[in-house]
Design a protein around this ligand. Structure first.
Ligand code: SF4
Length: 294
């Protein structure tokens, strides 16, 4: 089994990182379920234990507004005195850099993790180790991107997901730094174990049946990885009644709610235009969410 398929990142069976879960050689659905159980147990037992929020993965159904929420959380974390590093880990959507006011798109991080990548063999690295051109700075934020699928026949997104997984695992943060990732939509990244070394999973939920179901699945998988700080941010909520009903539905699936971002025509316009999110609407609510994470 190849590099991009082992949930633990082992390059081959019997490598030091391999726990012999059996997934590589499972032939029946029962054997795959048993291998999956072994992986979840291992991840739970080896999950990072940290009290401070330091590596935050923002997930959710496509269209739930993850990118806007990441931009708002970035402003709120800056207000809270944190030095924010943002990674665009979504291989499709292009708008996060613009929303953060980034003028120059960085080179794709996946170039640093491929077969000839300078970080492929590194166990740890910090922001100072990342070569120029791969980090774009703007308004107190450092921004990176794993890369995008841009061309037909470019291949699958496995190498991009693997770059995300390695950054979350290997990037050593300094005092006051916080890493926030805008993940690809849905649950595939969890199947690949990308979020395994995150300490916080925020699921963006819009008031819709599908979004709530996806949130339940994400929360279950995140907890299966041993991540303790897992919860939802309700987004684009049109009324208090809708907020209450969405919270109630999430509670039924065991998903905690960290906060609510109400529907804002101003933010919708900003998202439509692809303009930078300003320090105004939504930032106060995002600040309350950041405070609730402590
Ligand atoms: S047996 Fe499990 S841990 Fe080992 S390489 Fe295969 S998938 Fe990874």
């Amino acid at each position: 089994m190849g590099l991009f398929h082992c949930p633990l990142g082992a390059p081959y069976y019997d490598d030091d990182a391999c726990i012999d879960c059996g997934l590589c050689y499972a032939k029946t659905p029962e054997e795959r379920v048993e291998a999956s159980r072994k992986i979840r147990e291992y991840m739970k037992a080896h999950a990072p234990r940290t009290s401070a929020v330091s590596k935050v993965a923002v997930c959710g159904k496509g269209g739930s507004g993850k990118t806007t929420v990441v931009a708002l959380l970035t402003l709120a974390l800056k207000e809270a005195g944190r030095r924010v590093i943002v990674i665009d880990a979504d291989e499709s959507n292009p708008g996060l850099g613009r929303m953060l006011g980034i003028k120059v798109e960085p080179k794709p991080l996946s170039d640093l993790f491929g077969e000839d990548g300078i970080f492929s063999e590194r166990e740890r690295f910090c922001m100072d180790d990342i070569p120029p051109g791969f980090v774009s700075a703007g308004d107190g934020v450092r921004f990176m991107a794993v890369g995008k699928i841009l061309d037909p026949f470019q291949g699958c997104a496995c190498s991009l997901a693997e770059a995300s997984r390695q950054v979350v695992e290997k990037l050593e943060l300094k005092e006051g730094e916080v890493l926030i990732l805008d993940m690809e939509a849905g649950v595939e990244s969890f199947g690949r174990g990308v979020e395994r070394h995150a300490d916080t999973i925020l699921v963006v939920v819009e008031p819709s049946f599908e979004s709530i179901v996806v949130a339940g699945r994400i929360a279950q998988m995140a907890q299966g990885m041993g991540i303790e700080r897992v919860g939802a941010i309700l987004n684009k909520v049109s009324s208090e009644d809708m907020a209450t009903r969405t919270k109630q539905e999430l509670e039924k699936t065991g998903v905690k709610v960290f906060g609510v971002l109400n529907y804002s025509p101003e933010l919708a316009e900003t998202a439509f235009e692809g303009k930078p999110v300003k320090n105004g609407v939504g930032v106060k609510e995002a600040g309350a969410i950041v405070a609730a994470l402590r």
